[in-house]
Design a protein around this ligand. Sequence first.
Ligand SMILES: Nc1ncnc2c1ncn2[C@@H]1O[C@H](COP(=O)(O)OP(=O)(O)OP(=O)(O)O)[C@@H](O)[C@H]1O
Length: 660
Amino acid sequence: MATTKTGEPLDRATLDTILRRRLFYTPSFEIYGGVSGLYDYGPPGCALQANLIDLWRKHFVLEEDMLEVDCTMLTPHEVLKTSGHVDKFSDFMCKDPKTGEIFRADHLVEEVLEARLKGDKEARGLEAGKVEETAEEIKGAEDKKKRKKKVKDIKVVKLSDEKVQEYEEILAKIDNYDGDQLGELILKHEIHNPVTGGPLNPPIAFNLMFGTSIGPSTNMPGFLRPETAQGQFLNFSKLLEFNNLRMPFASASIGKSFRNEISPRQGLLRVREFLMAEIEHFVDPENKAHPNFKDVEHIKLKFLPKDVQEQGKTELIEKTVGEAVQSGMVDNQTLGYFLARIALFLEKIGIDQNKIRFRQHMANEMAHYATDCWDAELQTSYGWIECVGCADRSAYDLTVHAKKTNTDLNVVETLAEPKRYEAWEAEIDKKKFGPKFKKDAKAVEEALLALDQTQLEKFAEELKAGSFKINVPSLGEVELTPELLTITKQQKIEHTRSYVPNVIEPSFGIGRILYALMEHSFWTRPEDALRGVLSFPPVVAPTKALIVPLSSNPVFNPLIAELMKKMRQAGISNRVDASSATIGKRYARNDELGTPFGVTVDFQSVKDNTVTLRDRDTMKQVRGTIDEVVGAIKNVVDGVETWDDIKGRLKVFEGQELEE
Ligand SMILES: Nc1ncnc2c1ncn2[C@@H]1O[C@H](COP(=O)(O)OP(=O)(O)OP(=O)(O)O)[C@@H](O)[C@H]1O
């Protein structure tokens, strides 16, 4: 069960109401009935996202000297065909032939089995005389009506111990099943349309990309990109040159991606248009060490490796990143380095450290391009949710694009020591070769060039004995004799080495992180369960300070103007609430917006230019001059001081603001 930082159960319904009431986000096109999977952000949502992105840029792009690019979302069909997305970027769906309803196959299996396990838990609880949750609660706290309708399958029925174990094992590796295996599970466990109970068609693959056509004619089909990565790969050579041919280096990109999710659910967690922040770190395949690994190797993370999941288990292993790489659990230093950097970023923005785990992809689950992949998952009231994927994409993308476009995407590196070696080489006598093969001469030459060292060595022997035969694709077998060519062993010296870089890709879904952050920051005041607070760290909070005049008396106006000006000059975002609501109500409103500080102007302020400063989380106040208070807010937002430091150096204020 998800809990808040005070240890209370997280009341998602209250949180959702606050987020919508305060316009963090809202369904798009709502007065037209809305479109599932599409959301708009309102002012606090936008500010929170902007602050998050700002920190992301500082933490990754700036600190690690990455090369940021902004590539187009419209992408030609050919690019995504080459990358494999046209053929493989799909999820499995099942259709109810009677009602036409569509279900995402893995989510359906997951939802139904989880519901059965909950029903079993309930039945066992009843049997033991202690019911932890009522059936009504199980049926769904979140979107009550919809869930109730959808999950009729929850029945308070006790399962056999073997069934419970079997279901738990399936759930532990739910991401590892392909379409056929999901089909078998659906049949074996008699999973039907949860609403009508009707049978479903076997799962079929559904491509998640939104197709379109570029230009007025239809001869350039395209897609809205499903990830920002391809644009970065296609600019690789230019970026390498920009980087003065130095390797390794990383590019980064922040932008919208689009996926036509089969059945979007869980609010911001699964949407059809979302902001991604992606890094492509290009590295030598023979040396995936990271120069700054030393800085992070001591960091402890919680891992869920693939072998544990494949045994149907979910126990986490806590290790330092150094140990994880050394033991081979995490494939290489660069991958390990980014896992640690991801954890540090999540910590910086206020994600609860106890609600982060790194889950390794199982063999079937891995994307078509990846060789090792770890997801940073965050625990929410919806369960563990992948928020950052971190994959080693090998040389896949650059290789396929280079081949398709006939472009050299290799890195050429000067060797410290020249490499000397011997190699067999075929040299043709052009004067005789041309007249003999005429228009086919090029094809024969190409077949010769394609021979490897073992073949050349063998043919050299055969040539000495008179002739040898090679297979030319357009001609069939062709006989070659000594007057046409020689095959000899040559001394070689190489000064450079050429390779296609491998790519380590951390890929952040900003909306998912934002939602998890909202859950992790949310709690209610013990004295009033309806008083919600969003304890965002000051650095990411949408607005840093609320200016509250004690009343609408115009005598406060010059002080409010002075505060606003000084805060603006210090880069502190602020709002004034001069409404007639009581101060307590105005603070409560801002607790819901996550505003860390409240500054109150009272009649004492008019006399001596001092104001009170209230801390959102503790509700404690200090009093100081306008300059002192603005300076204190700036220091806390910049991370130079904490609230405790401020409390230690400014006068603690325990009275009431001075009324007229
Ligand atoms: N439909 C979506 N809505 C919101 N964020 C998403 C969505 N799909 C992916 N993301 C985000 O983009 C990141 C990188 O995408 P990736 O392709 O690794 O996701 P994925 O494995 O397809 O996700 P899932 O398995 O949950 O569909 C994810 O970690 C997630 O944060």
